[in-house]
Design a protein around this ligand. Structure first.
Ligand code: S3P
Length: 172
């Protein structure tokens, strides 16, 4: 049957490695809407990779850019937006998303995240220490924020298309 129609952007939140970008792309296909990855939009705006932004200017600078870019993407009304894992922790970004969009927290087990993030070492926050310890700490710190999302789906090891379908059903 015809996919759900959305009148607000759907914003995917959750820890790095959970599959926000791939799930988001699938979900946008199912909805027949646009997809945009906020991290890519930040890299485009800065003309630098996320790792370079962290290295050259630091995390606080990255968070400022992230806040502005996400506000712009929501303003533009883009269908499905994948955000970087820390975006929803920022109070301003979080309220904007909760007011103007539908926040979807993709949750999964830490071990799955450790496995997935180990495939590519592009994430500045995982470079200085044991990835499992860092991800566990971030999970505990961020869970109180992620759990404020209107929708939570648990992806476990499901194929990303299945997680996208679960979201589709939840927002219907
Ligand atoms: C971050 C997650 C990354 C990226 C940056 C910071 C975080 O995005 O925004 O490295 O604070 O969790 P992904 O969640 O897409 O890896």
């Amino acid at each position: 049957r015809i996919a759900a129609r959305i009148d607000r952007p759907v914003v995917l939140v959750g820890l790095m490695g959970v599959g926000k970008s791939t799930v988001g792309r699938r979900l946008a296909e199912m909805l027949g809407s646009d997809f945009v990855d906020a991290d890519d939009a930040i890299e485009d705006a800065a003309q630098r990779s996320i790792a370079e932004i962290f290295e050259e200017f630091g995390e606080a600078y990255f968070r400022d850019g992230e806040r502005r870019v996400i506000a712009r993407l929501i303003e533009e009304g883009g269908g499905v937006i994948a955000t970087g894992g820390g975006a929803f922790v920022d109070p301003e970004t979080r309220s904007l998303i909760l007011e103007r969009a539908i926040a979807v927290w993709i949750d999964t087990d830490i071990d799955i995240l450790v496995e997935r993030t180990s495939r590519r070492n592009t994430r500045p926050l995982l470079r200085n220490g044991n990835p499992k310890e860092i991800l566990t700490r971030l999970y505990n710190e961020r869970e109180p924020f992620y759990s404020q999302a209107q929708i939570r789906v648990e992806s476990k090891n499901a194929p990303h298309a299945e997680t996208a379908k679960a979201i589709l059903e939840a927002i219907d």
